[in-house]
Design a protein around this ligand. Structure first.
Ligand SMILES: *Cc1c(COP(=O)(O)O)cnc(C)c1O
Length: 378
């Protein structure tokens, strides 16, 4: 690896998938959510690996992501969770993708295309049970039934999404149960009218652990499948014992000694108080290291010891204070997420210290990062 890269742990991912499978009620399968390049881990490696473990349904955010999954060899069903514009409808048919109908108007666009081109596009109906992001209203039973019966559409599933499934606060638990019950009433009403709903799904990572009683055919699993909580304070009813899949490393590119009073990096915010050894690493904010971790809020592991960032994080490089660490040399590795020896840095730490969640941290990891492949741990 040249400058900065991601390594994936196949045993960790397999462990997380098996844990989830054993936790989910019988009849509920895993839908692998691999949007945003598999949460930055790299969908090219992750999706085929999951398929090899028996995951037979995937979700992407956009048409381009879904097409790429096909190019990576994914044969399973692929659901696009977000909106696709009519200009992209031909690709839906060409790559055998399933498009979410984000509302009545979108369903009408999909149906019109079907009518004009003689292809019934595969569609899942999104239902807005309270998040108010996308979806039909739960009261739109007639409208949804018509979509299922339409000769211009092929509705193969229906789903909704819970928006506060990660806490025990009474108000939020009530809200989640309300969402789930609205969805259940809709599902029951449609079934009573004889509609074959196809694939029904409601739960995501946290909801699958905290509300398994509302499992249907699939649970859409993202962040926790990668072994990481969004925020360390989030509530999980069961201890999943998730194992982080990602290690993020960069090459040490240069080492120098500076004297007391000398400064490091832009803005000179780091001042050496004593003789200090500074190592530069080939990773920066363009690679996804949050710049707001400048000023010593970033940790790394070098030669099995924790070190701190020194000064401002640059676009493509950052500096580490490696004073007291022996034999640091050009070409050595620094670990930013992962473990080495007794030391471990969790993605949650970077997320919390940068005022965000791991989902955002991961999805901003840059395209320049190399690797994103499975590496057997030695
Ligand atoms: C991103 C997303 C998921 C996955 O969420 P996680 O919390 O990462 O498991 C599931 N469903 C929908 C609709 C999403 O947008």
């Amino acid at each position: 690896m040249n400058r900065a890269w991601i390594e994936l742990d196949p045993e960790a991912l397999e462990h997380n998938v098996r844990r989830y499978q054993s936790l989910l009620p019988a009849g509920c399968r895993i839908m692998g959510v691999v949007k945003a390049d598999a949460y930055g881990h790299g969908a090219e490696a992750v999706a085929p690996f999951l398929e090899g473990l028996g995951v037979d349904h995937f979700a992407a955010a956009t048409l381009d992501e879904a097409v790429r999954l096909r190019e990576y060899g994914v044969k399973s069903e692929i659901l696009i969770l977000g909106y696709s514009a009519p200009s992209s409808f031909p690709a839906l048919a060409e790559y055998d993708l399933t498009q979410t109908a984000t509302c009545r108007e979108h369903a009408a666009q999909l149906a019109r295309y079907g009518r004009e081109h003689g292809v019934r596009l595969k569609t899942h109906i999104a239902v807005d049970t309270g998040m108010h992001r996308i979806g039909f209203q739960p009261e739109d039973v007639e409208e949804i039934r018509r979509c299922y019966g339409s000769g211009d559409l092929r509705v193969t599933g229906i789903y909704s999404h819970l928006c506060v499934a990660d806490t025990t606060e009474e108000e939020h638990v009530e809200f989640s149960v309300g969402q789930a019950e609205r969805f259940r009433r809709l599902v029951d009403a449609l079934r009573e009218q004889g509609v074959d709903l196809g694939t029904v799904h409601l739960l995501s990572s946290y909801a699958a652990v905290n509300y398994p009683e509302y499992a249907y055919d699939y649970a859409r699993l993202g962040i926790l499948m990668f072994g990481v909580k969004s925020d360390p304070g989030d509530y999980l009813r069961e201890d999943l014992q998730p194992r982080p899949v990602m290690t993020l490393k960069a090459r040490i590119t240069s080492v120098r000694e500076i004297g007391p009073g000398e400064s490091v990096s832009y803005g000179r915010i780091f001042r050496a108080e004593r003789p200090t050894k500074i190592a530069s690493a080939a990773i920066g904010y363009a690679d996804g290291i949050p710049r707001c971790l400048s000023g010593g809020k970033l940790r790394a592991i070098v030669h099995g010891r924790y070190v701190r960032g020194a000064g401002r994080i640059c676009m493509d490089q950052l500096m580490l204070d490696v004073t007291g660490v022996e034999n640091v040399q050009i070409g050595d590795e620094a670990v930013f997420i992962g473990r080495e020896g007794e030391c471990a840095i969790h993605a949650e730490e970077l997320a919390v210290n940068s005022g965000s969640i791991t989902n955002e941290l991961f999805s901003r990891l840059g395209a320049r990062l190399e690797g994103r492949r499975f590496v057997e741990r030695t």
